[in-house]
Design a protein around this ligand. Sequence first.
Ligand code: ADQ
Length: 514
Amino acid sequence: EESEDRRPFRQRLLVVANRLPVSAVRRGEDSWSLEISAGGLVTALLEEPNPYSDDFFKGVKEFEARWIGWAGVNVPDEVGQKALTRALAEKLLNSANDVYRVLQKCIPVFLDEEIVHQYYNGYCNNILWPLFHYLGLPQEDRLATTRSFQSQFAAYKKANQMFADVVNKHYEEGDVVWCHDYHLMFLPKCLKEYNSEMKVGWFLHTPFPSSEIHRTLPSRSELLRSVLAADLVGFHTYDYARHFVSACTRILGLEGTREGVEDQGRLTRVAAFPIGIDSHRFISALEALPVQDHIRELAERFKGRKVMLGVDRLDMIKGIPQKILAFEKFLEENPNWRDKVVLLQIAVPTRTDVPEYQKLTSQVHEIVGRINGRFGTLSAVPIHHLDRSLDFHALCALYAITDVALVTSLRDGMNLVSYEFVACQDAKKGVLILSEFAGAAQSLGAGAILVNPWNITEVAASIAQALNMPADEREKRHKHNFKHVISHTAQEWAETFVSELNDTVVEAQLRTRQ
Ligand code: ADQ
């Protein structure tokens, strides 16, 4: 009993996101292999393996965290489900590789194939994702296998309810629940229905569009009301928060205040919490030997040429075709640069089973092929396009040797690639060309060259400006951005959100006390 008393009490944080930060591959009836997978949220929350620490959240150390989400695989049988749950909970607990310690904190949600098809591929990725990025109004026939909008929304709600069931099963009094992203807009409501005293926060990683866009969504009101069930609602930028509040006032007729949205005396706090990166992890990686080796190799390979870099998930929101066309225009207009510059475009394929993403891949390949045919020589091509993800060390080395980074998202909640590039450029002081439609434009705008990615002529001119920029101007711009990137980290972001959520007094508790 005595030793129990001495153990410090740690409040628990339940992080709920559509995907667990792992990919699971079935090896047998009851065996699984697990691997950590990358992505925006993972980058923000995962701690680098640290033999001296038990926490996987750096910034929210005082909390004991659990991550609840879908493992990304269909496991129809109970034997498999139990085995995967166990694998996530304990299998790699004693692994020599510290990275796997994170896995013991994961709790899976199982979704069957039909639900995944309608909820994830359908409602999330074919309706909400394009809508929130201003790339398509909700249309019933967006999905090749025409499912009705209504049945997709029903599946969305059902999936959210399944997440709520798992959260509820693991919830203990005093826990803080942090829901993530557009996949789980229905979750706050489901959770509060289970327990009105639960502290629930919801954070959106994408933009929240203008209320005029949101109001085209047939389920517009139900989604807004459900998000409002949360105690704290967060966005990357003040603009997204403002759009959300306007949607609530215009569509639901509620009152917007400086604090958030009020409904019959109950306030939902709405605020901006701009994410950052673990800048220290990038800066210190540059000193690692394997990274130094990569840097030397790359510098040798591209000797005599300026390197331009794009790193994106292959997604329509990233504006990859527009970027490549702008580079073509630049080559067209600047013949003297043709053999002195190279564009490295690294694009990780995502959502590869969706026809629109397959179309995008072939479109990009076609443009790259055409431009390389047009401007390539027997010894060199202007564009190197890779359809794959790079490991952390290779990525750091690429960021470090780059002269100009091109981030031309058509819309992007924040965009962490721009932050990572800046973190790795303290020696080189390269130039960042950044879309004004990325959330990052609000934080790195003063140091970057801001562009409208739809205006190919303007982007081409910015490439010329960046390549010709004098060293003192590059240094001034870099300093500004570097200061921001090292002082606004992912850890602080998580800490700020969670502590604000924790400080929120849940209305239900107030009522009980009165
Ligand atoms: P994403 O759309 O995934 O995230 P981003 O913020 O750029 O976009 O994060 C991508 C992450 O994946 C970065 O850490 C990057 O290093 C990594 N990555 C991308 N391409 C890679 C490649 N080829 N090889 C290796 N790694 C690669 C969503 C939103 C963003 C928001 C984040 C966080 O769309 O707007 O910034 O969530 O909230």
